[in-house]
Structures are given as structure tokens and as C-alpha cells.
Design a binder for this molecule. Sequence first.
Ligand code: SAM
Length: 271
Amino acid sequence: MLVYHLPGTFETREDHLDLLWEAGATGLEERAGLIRAYFDAHSELHPDIADGEWREEDEQDWQAEFRRTLRPVRAGRLTIVPPWLLHEVEAGQLPLIIEPGMAFGTGHHATTRMAVEALSELNLTGLRVLDVGTGSGVLAIAAALLGAEHALGVDIDPITIPIARENAEINSVPAGRSRFEEGSLGLTDSAGSDGDWQDESVDVLVANLYAELHDLLAGEYAAQLRAGGPLILTGILTNKLPLVREALDREGFEAVQVREDGEWVLVTARA
Ligand code: SAM
């Protein structure tokens, strides 16, 4: 199997992903600070993406290696863990089982971990939580495990929805306590109508996206959240924090607080 290893993440190299597709990549994956682009044959690459390395890999080897290197991730009251490491969850911690796969959100990214920590600090009992950009469903499932009465995860990428539903099932989230739908705030669905969930306000809104999108969606966050409801935003690079702060000020959010992990920032605020 031919794989091109490009340093960086989907976020930091967003502008270069099209160049990989144009060069003939058949699939892209992000893992441990590296973009892995799968190719059927060597291909000439644009200079902007020439800083990577071609590798011939044995499929079995890298899958086994990946499974070996995964560790449980402790995030507040929860430990995010692949199914085969369930026995390693410490007593007193709630296991959040995520089968690593095609969707972002195994818990190994600082933004996912910080968002689960922030959810874990809230008393979610009986509340309605909206997770925008749900990926693997990790944040919505965390909310349900932490007592939310209803956790809804939405994502514009349809591939994520069955994955998130399957992860909710693995975690035995009771039927009716979680729901996953293709879509986003401010978007109409393929049938041309708003998702019916957009008509109801939520008590807590969490979104692991990126700064420019938070800026665009900040008005939608304010419209969707009940007055005083907690907002948790991450996926923000430290140098983009001012953009998010300005958007939150503009939309009247209060009690803005920031926490950092390396180059990543998580912001909490109240509607
Ligand atoms: N929530 C997971 C986590 O915290 O690990 C996954 C976050 S991942 C960084 C971002 C997800 O947002 C992706 O699954 C992507 O498809 C989705 N996404 C991107 N733009 C979106 C939008 N405008 N509305 C909803 N989802 C979006």
C-alpha cells in the first residue's frame, strides 16, 4: 500500500488537501500530527505539498501498530477508550468507548479532550445538549453519559452519522437520549426544510470546529442557546482566538473564559 506522509493536520493544511486529491489520492486520514494520503501509484506533487514522504506500508502492520499505540484518554469524569482497552479504565471513571475509524473524535486530539473535560465540569442532568460537528459522536455521547436528557449531534459530513450512531450504541446510550443528524446550524436539509431540531432551543451547545466557522456561526449559537446556557467552543488555534472573542462579544455572550493546550484553545461563555 502506497502512502504519502504529509506533516500537519487537516486543519493546519486545509488549503493543501485539494492538492492531494488533485494529485490522485484515493483517501486521506489524519493521525498523530500527520496526514496520510493513500495513492495507487506515485504521482507528481505540487511544491506546496512536497515536504512529505512516500512510504510503502503493509496494511496489516500499520493497523496493528495503530491499535498498539492507542492509549485511554482521561478527560474529567470520563475516560475515552477504544473497546479493546476498556479494562484499563480506572475505578471511578466513566468509560466513553469510541471505535477509532473514519470520523474525527477518538479523544486523542487536544480539542476533543478539552471539550469532554468542559462538559464534564457541568451538571448536565436533564438538559438538552447540541453538538455541532459531531464526527464520531464523542461529545454528544459524553453529554448523554454525563446525564443529559437529550444529546443531539449534527455534522455536514454524512459519513459520520452512522459512525456516531454506532458509537452511541456501543456505549449503551439509552434510546431517545441521543440522536445524530446530517446538517448544521443555519442550513436547510436536502429536502429544503430546516432540521426540526433547529426550532427548539438547547441548554448547552458544544462545537469543535474552527475559528472562522465559529465566527460565522456565532449568531446561530446565540439564537439556539437558551438565555444563560453554556457555550463550549474549540478547534481554535491560539492565533485565531481574537476572531472568536470578537464574534462572542458581537453576539452578546458573557463570562468568556479561555483554556489552552499547546497550540489549541477552548473557549467557554454564557448566552
Ligand atoms: N466533535 C468531534 C470531536 O470533538 O472530536 C469531531 C470534531 S471534528 C474537528 C469537526 C467535525 O465538524 C467534522 O466531522 C466535520 O465534518 C464537521 N463540520 C465541519 N464543518 C461543519 C459545519 N459547518 N457544520 C457542522 N459540522 C461541520
